[in-house]
Design a binder for this molecule. Structure first.
Ligand code: NOJ
Length: 771
């Protein structure tokens, strides 16, 4: 017997009221949705249809050039399909009430927000989350973000950003999972699953919000790492290196996709039919809704593609469904229809996809189903979320250096006098990092507060800012202004340095919290130098003269250059922000937790090496990484040691591990077969710690040039002191396949290198043959 459940589809204004039978099978559900949307659309005017394609920002939080949204008026007229970045559930429901009760058809609004790495409980930046190499942690972080956002009225997040970013000069490297397509795909999938839960399951109970995969596509390949800059790329590279994370997110069921600002093959992604229709829908089977990025239809004019009217028509025809604040669809499509430049079916197609999305989110059933004051109060920044965030934040830190010649500096003991110095020590608004606009900074601890709490009566804590972030007071102001951050005070640098040196002299150890404040990474924050900003470096030089051990906490949202620091300070740990950062740092620095993060971007020795990434294509004249002496007629720099300072996958902990040679179950396999590669990993140090064992593959001879190394699998294992584990990887065709010259996804026979190790550089190697 088929069980049937009755669902009353009744908008509060009662202008559409239908008793509908919610069906059980996906096919029946789809048929029911089609009937509902078709019936609704049969009663919509052209203006109302265009209204459904219109999205506006709120005037509360600016995430782009500010546009006046005039939300209430548009909502009452049925011209506001979606709005983003409203902060309060009651405000959200009040606006929803206008749409539902005052507009002619009462179609509910879809409320979006940039919930990028948390709502009030803020996790590390997405780049930092990826450094955990822990997909369950990534899923959990996204899930907690969704629970809090949903409770506060948000139905849709513009996340995950899955753009591969090879160039650390690009500030938005912070928002993605780094440089690797395999890891990036796993992170993309985990985030979509975390955000959405069983959101689209009509019987689902788990809280969730709709994900939006962005920025489709290739935004991370902006030339010279300059944000919004042009992109030019072969299709081979797109399919093999840049597309996999978008595809993985689509396959994980993401309900929406955001197109990118950049051009793809000369045509802005916003209006690129090949991208938005052929690749996304026809090749990958995406069924959801496509929204533009911020006013990107408008920006097509500056790209050199003519008028807003022409570009709105092009965007629609390419497969765009919703126009984010360019007013191109709502303002010009009627005229384009009259002129025959678009057809009614084109408008209907986009309108249908938007209405289907709202239907699948069950907004017609209950326009107020996302959030309530009570729910918001019970889950937002609750104890359980904070504890999870503290654990995951600690998991994300990457220890890059710990003492010299086998004499570790960390973990520190809670005794004596500890100096905490640097521009990051007293900030509450910057501790969460960029893209944490829903945050409530009054709730968070500064580093000084966290350290004080942890050390209490055990050790004396001395603190001072010590230096400015940059030598330019205007930059220091600007990175805060416009982002609701308190600017880090611009201090007298001589005086500040003297104070810092004075307290360092009194201390047993000096901890420096430096690097980038929140909005020194994120959108529009390209850098031409990735070295430590000059005033911070000068302070480190002065502190070094005191002879005290120095621990550098490098706050960053990208790969930075730490060449001088690696030679001149005693310990370095990369920190990726988060509301619980202060407590998490104490957990790791004082040894309650051993660090376990591993880099997901290669850290260069100098900025001139960028874009620098481990999975590059070989040249005809290979020069090994680490080569110091310049070689003539070779692809090496005259003035640098070759390769990264800290490679992709790298990170230390408070223990050490040894790796045996690789054992293979067989040296040969056929297309349907598999080989097990195993390695014994031993904790050779004195305490329990976590290791990320990484498998890389290289196709030695193929029909096209293949990367020198590609990550294909990994295991995160925790071993007690002295414990060994046999770690196994199963090599099957899917780990060896690639898109060939014709863009067919193929397995080619021949020899492959199999490499296993703790990072992309220090690997054991063997080879297999595919027959
Ligand atoms: C522009 C950014 O590129 C995008 O990532 C973001 O979601 C939108 N602004 C909305 O804030």
């Amino acid at each position: 017997m088929t069980l049937r459940r009755t669902t009353l589809i009744c908008l509060a204004c009662c202008q559409i009221s239908a008793a509908a039978m919610a069906a059980n099978t996906p096919a029946e559900e789809k048929a029911e949705m089609d009937r509902f949307v078709t019936e609704l659309m049969s009663r919509m005017t052209l203006e109302e249809k265009l209204g459904q394609l219109n999205q506006q920002p709120s005037d509360e939080i600016a995430t782009g050039p500010v546009v006046n949204s005039n939300a209430s008026k548009l909502a009452a007229e049925g011209k506001l399909s979606s709005i983003f970045n409203i902060m309060d559930v009651e405000k959200i429901h009040a606006l929803q009430k206008i749409a539902v009760e005052k507009s002619r058809l009462g179609i509910p609004i879809l409320f979006g927000m940039d919930v990028i790495h948390g709502y009030h409980t803020i996790f590390p930046l997405p780049l930092g989350l990826s450094c955990t190499w822990d997909m369950e942690a990534v899923r959990q972080a996204a899930h907690i973000a969704a629970v809090e956002a949903a409770a506060n009225g948000v139905a849709w997040t513009f996340s995950p950003m899955v753009d591969i970013a090879l160039d650390s000069r690009w500030g938005r490297q912070a928002e993605g999972a780094g440089e690797d397509p395999y890891l990036g795909s796993l992170v993309a999938e985990a985030m979509v699953r975390g955000y959405q839960g069983d959101l689209f399951n009509p019987d689902g109970t788990e809280a969730g919000i709709m994900a939006c995969v962005k920025h489709f596509a290739l935004y991370g390949a902006a030339e010279a790492g300059l944000d919004y800059n042009t992109v030019d790329m072969s299709h081979l590279r797109m399919y093999n290196q840049y597309f996999p994370p978008y595809k993985a997110a689509v396959e994980a069921g993401a309900g929406s996709v955001m197109s990118s600002f950049n051009i793809v093959d000369g045509i802005p992604a916003t209006a690129n039919r090949w991208l938005l229709t052929e690749v996304l829908r026809e090749q990958w089977g995406f069924k959801g809704m496509v929204v533009t990025d911020y006013a990107s239809i408008h920006e097509m004019t500056s790209h050199g593609l003519g008028s807003l009217k022409d570009n709105a028509a092009r965007a629609l025809l390419a497969g765009t469904d919703m126009d984010m604040c360019a007013n191109g669809f709502i303002g010009t499509l009627k005229q384009s229809l009259d002129e025959g430049k678009v057809a009614m079916e084109d408008i209907d197609r986009a309108c249908r996809r938007v209405l289907e999305t709202k239907y699948r989110l069950r907004l017609f059933k209950d326009p107020y189903r996302f959030g309530s004051k009570k729910e918001a109060a019970s889950v937002t920044y609750c104890k359980e979320h904070r504890e999870t965030a503290r654990r995951i934040t600690a998991e994300s830190f990457v220890l890059l250096k710990n003492g010299t010649d086998g004499h570790p500096v960390l973990p520190l003991e809670m005794k004596g006098t500890i100096a905490l110095i640097g521009p990051m020590i007293d900030t509450r608004t910057d501790i969460t990092g960029s893209w944490s606009m829903p945050q409530d900074a009054t709730k968070y601890s500064t580093l000084r507060e966290g350290f004080k709490r942890a050390l209490a009566d055990k050790a004396q804590l001395l603190c001072t800012q010590g230096c400015n972030l940059t030598d330019n007071p205007k930059t220091q102001q600007a990175v805060a202004k416009g982002h609701n951050c308190e600017p880090i005070p611009f201090v007298d640098s001589r005086q500040a340095m003297m104070e810092a040196v004075e307290i360092a002299r009194k201390a047993d150890v000096v901890i420096c919290a430096m690097g980038e404040c929140a909005w020194m990474n994120g959108e529009g924050t390209s850098r031409s130098r990735l070295e430590m900003y000059p005033p911070q470096r000068r302070l480190l030089e002065a502190l070094r003269q005191t002879g005290k051990p120095i621990v550098l906490l490098n706050f960053a949202g990208r790969g930075t250059v730490l060449t001088w620091e690696s030679e001149n300070v005693d310990a370095i740990m990369n920190v990726w922000y988060g509301s619980e950062c202060a407590d998490a740092l104490c957990d790791v620095l004082f040894g309650k937790v051993s660090p376990s993060g591993r880099l997901t971007v290669s850290m260069p020795r100098s900025t001139g090496q960028e874009p620098l990434y481990y999975n590059r294509l070989p040249t005809g004249r290979p020069v090994p990484d680490g080569t110091k002496d310049y070689r003539v007629w070779s692809p090496n720099y005259l003035d640098a040691v070759q390769g990264p300072l800290y490679p992709f996958g790298y990170g230390l902990t408070y223990s050490t591990f040894s790796y045996s040679d690789i054992q293979l179950s067989s040296r040969t396999m056929n297309a349907d077969g598999s080989i097990t590669a195993s390695i014994v990993v031993k904790n050779t140090g004195g305490r329990e710690a976590t290791e990320v064992v990484q498998l890389y593959i290289h196709d030695i001879a193929a029909s096209i040039s293949r990367p020198v190394k590609e990550l294909k699998d990994f295991r995160r294992i925790t071993l007690k002191a002295g414990e060994s584990r046999n770690v196994e990887f199963h090599i099957t065709a899917d780990k060896l396949k690639f898109y060939n010259y014709n863009l067919d996804y193929v397995l080619e026979s021949g020899e492959f290198d199999i490499m296993i190790g703790p990072n992309s550089r220090d690997v054991k190697k063997t080879s297999i043959t595919v027959e």
